[in-house]
Design a protein around this ligand. Structure first.
Ligand code: V47
Ligand code: SF4
Length: 378
């Protein structure tokens, strides 16, 4: 199908996409900065359809942010708290158990755990968070700790990443979420999250996780002080690691929410930027199976349209989300399965519930089991 454009550069890129040829850094830059949005979306939708037909995935999950106390001060973060602030909190084992039982009652297949790096908590406390979840309900998949947290654990224990990950796996860790990647470019990173794990460490931790057989996700925080070249560089670095390990499952572009952050004066990304970023990601990350339109950050309307701009996954029912709501997100904290189905069906797609590892979830009343992997077709 031809694109409705006379732009020779875009047509040349479209030919590459159609023949399965990998796009270069310069192609990515051109798409991000100059391609008209309709053609860009059409092209990304073509790739998404080739991989997944009209299927759109979602999962049933619950979030746990065990503490907001954090030694770091990322300028984009509205969630963190000082140790002695009134805002600070810390989950007890009982509170964690309660959250897990809530997840069980809600039929969740996944618990997503990320939080701050508490000044006083030792590594054992973080291992116990995973162990308490696992002991309370062994069936739930525990997707926990960003690479920034793993790097912190290696720092406080003075042990290698591999050891830290192995301890967590022994306690019940199932996979790593994609947070903490922000923007890999060193100059931008030094301005938005100066002291936390650098991009080399982020990549090395995911490489180690993949070597240990853990799957992981990747993110990119966009819409703040970064430029197009930084976004494309970020995507190229992820694509390189995926070539090496094949361990990434999904890529999630995270739209910056400025409210209550150190960058509150920057306006939040527009719908145009959101859709453009989803589409460029789909086109550049040819070796990633999935692109997630995280509805909680994008809003339901943009996430729904993103399903025609390269995204194939909406994330989950997501109960108890704090990080973006502290930063001003106006979306509800959770959507019901029937609300997610409606969003997906209206977008012309077929909803498929998946677990964290992209296996089909088969439900029979309150019981569920996982079927075979919902394989990408390319
Ligand atoms: O690393 C923090 C981001 C991330 C803001 O793997 C912000 O499935 C926007 O890891 N505006 C953590 N973004 C969240 C995360 C995640 C989320 C959803 C799905 C998955 C997955 C992982 O949240 C942080 C940072 O990049 N973040 N503050 C903010 N104001
Ligand atoms: Fe701490 Fe994470 Fe917030 Fe940075 S983004 S300040 S590491 S909680």
């Amino acid at each position: 199908m031809t694109l409705r454009t006379n732009d020779p550069q875009l047509l040349a890129i479209a030919e590459k996409v159609d023949s399965g040829e990998r796009l270069t850094f310069d192609d990515g830059l051109y798409l991000d900065e100059h391609a008209d949005l309709n053609s860009l979306g059409q092209l990304a939708h073509r790739v998404r359809t080739r991989k997944h037909g009209n299927v759109a995935y979602y999962n049933t999950n619950i979030h746990l942010n065990p503490t907001n106390v954090c030694v770091y001060r990322c300028t984009f973060c509205a969630f963190r708290s000082d140790l002695k602030s009134e805002k600070s909190y810390l989950f007890s084992d009982d509170m964690i158990r309660e959250r897990v039982l809530e997840a069980k009652a809600a039929g969740a297949t996944e618990i997503h755990v990320v939080g701050g790096l508490h000044h006083l908590k030792k590594f054992d406390w973080y291992v116990d968070v995973v162990r308490v979840i696992h002991d309370t309900w062994p069936e739930i998949h525990i997707k926990a700790w960003t690479a920034v947290e793993i790097s912190w654990f290696a720092h406080i224990t003075k042990k290698p990443y591999r050891w830290v990950l192995e301890q967590m796996m022994d306690a019940g860790l199932g996979s790593l979420p994609g947070g903490g990647a922000e923007i890999f470019d060193e100059e931008v990173r030094s301005k938005i999250c100066e002291h936390k794990a650098d991009s080399g460490s982020w990549i090395e931790i995911h490489r180690t996780a993949h070597e240990l057989g853990l799957r992981s996700n990747a993110t990119m925080l966009y819409g703040h002080i970064e430029e197009a070249r930084h976004r494309i560089d970020h995507l190229c670095r992820l694509r390189d690691l995926q070539d090496e390990t094949g361990g990434f499952q999904t890529f999630i572009p995270l739209a910056f929410h400025p409210e209550n952050t150190g960058m509150a004066k920057i306006p939040k990304p527009t719908g145009h930027r959101d859709l453009r970023t989803i589409a460029v990601s789909r086109l550049m990350l040819d070796n990633f199976d999935h692109i997630k339109a995280y509805w909680i950050m994008l809003g339901e309307a943009t996430a729904q349209i993103a399903l025609s701009f390269g995204a194939d996954d909406l994330d989950g029912t997501v109960v108890h989300e704090l990080i973006y709501h502290d930063a001003g997100a106006k979306t509800p904290e959770g959507l019901t399965v029937s609300e997610l189905h409606r969003l997906i069906r209206e977008a012309g797609c077929e909803p498929v519930e998946r677990d964290t590892l992209y296996r089909r979830v088969l439900r029979d009343g309150a019981n569920w089991q996982v079927g075979p992997p919902v394989l990408a077709t390319v």
